[in-house]
Design a protein around this ligand. Structure first.
Ligand SMILES: [Zn+2]
Length: 285
């Protein structure tokens, strides 16, 4: 059994010009999947996407959100996970056709990965990369290569039986004059990290995993961050959406259906608004 789940760890290697992140997801991933009845291949995709989004939000240097979305022309129209600097995550996949295989291509068809960074203050940034590799990890590595131009390695795993996900990110820290040495150090750390086994990630706590991978290295761990599922939907937000319909449309809908029902796409909570609840909207003082 995992002892320390839903945690993101960041670490730094002394003297080897590399930094790392390790995320292990259990409860928060289960909460994102629950009530949705996704096929296993989609659960797997969302697990990897969730781990990827945690790793990306950990690179945020300001308060804000990151959304990682894959859009394609396959049976899965899109899969998206949103996360913020507090590691509060939510996400969803939309399936429209029959899923006939389990590869990224089978699910998404011809697809793009759209990464949107939304700072609380300042301008949003959007990066788009074509999904060309076999795996989500390859696709993200490609994103880092083009957007940040920093050598980055990513490992993503999901287990659709136990509903756990995990991921690891390794990035060069460009603080050395000797670029060749820097890259060979990074290669060395990459090779150590590549020995990572999904079973270990799903069953051991971070300290144990890091010890197994890097016991010959000097690793400095930062304060771990808890990852949680936070939907963010509320009756107030639903009311604001209803208000946007306009008074006439609301009255029309009430006359026909007696109430307005809204189901949250992310957590599937049902909200019901009858005439009485909507009166403040219809007759504001
Ligand atoms: Zn919700």
């Amino acid at each position: 059994m995992s002892t320390n789940t839903d945690v993101l760890n960041r670490y730094l290697f002394d003297n080897t010009h590399a930094r790392g992140e390790l995320v292990q997801l259990d409860k928060s991933f289960k909460e994102i999947i629950t009530n949705h009845d996704y096929p296993a291949a989609v659960t797997d995709l969302l697990g990897q996407l969730m781990a990827a989004t945690c790793l990306l939000t950990a690179t945020l240097k300001f308060e804000g959100e990151i959304s990682v979305q894959i859009q394609g022309n396959g049976p899965v129209k899109y899969a998206v996970i949103n996360g913020d600097n507090l590691q509060q995550m939510r996400g969803i996949a939309s399936i429209e056709g029959e899923i006939k295989g389990t590869s990224l291509q089978d699910l998404m068809g011809k697809a793009n990965m759209v990464i949107t960074i939304i700072p609380k203050q300042g301008e949003r940034y959007q990066g788009v990369v074509a999904v060309e590799g076999e795996t989500l990890a390859e696709c993200l590595e490609h994103y880092f290569a083009t957007s940040e131009q920093l050598a980055t390695k990513i490992w993503l795993f999901a287990d659709t039986t136990t509903i756990q996900a995990a991921g690891c990110l390794l990035q060069v820290v460009p603080d050395s004059e000797d670029k060749e040495q820097q890259m060979s150090d990074f290669e060395h750390i990459s090779q150590l990290t590549a020995t990572i086994k999904p079973d270990e990630l799903f069953n051991l706590d971070a300290n144990e995993v890091l010890y197994r991978l890097y016991n010959q290295e000097q690793v400095r761990l930062f304060e771990p961050q808890v990852v949680s599922f936070v939907c963010g939907c509320s009756e107030d937000k639903c009311l604001a959406a209803i208000a946007n319909m306009g008074k006439e449309a609301i009255i029309e809908h009430l006359n026909e259906h007696q109430q307005i029902n809204i189901t949250c796409d992310f957590c599937k909570t049902n909200y019901h608004f009858d005439q009485e609840k909507l009166n403040p909207l219809l007759n504001p003082n």
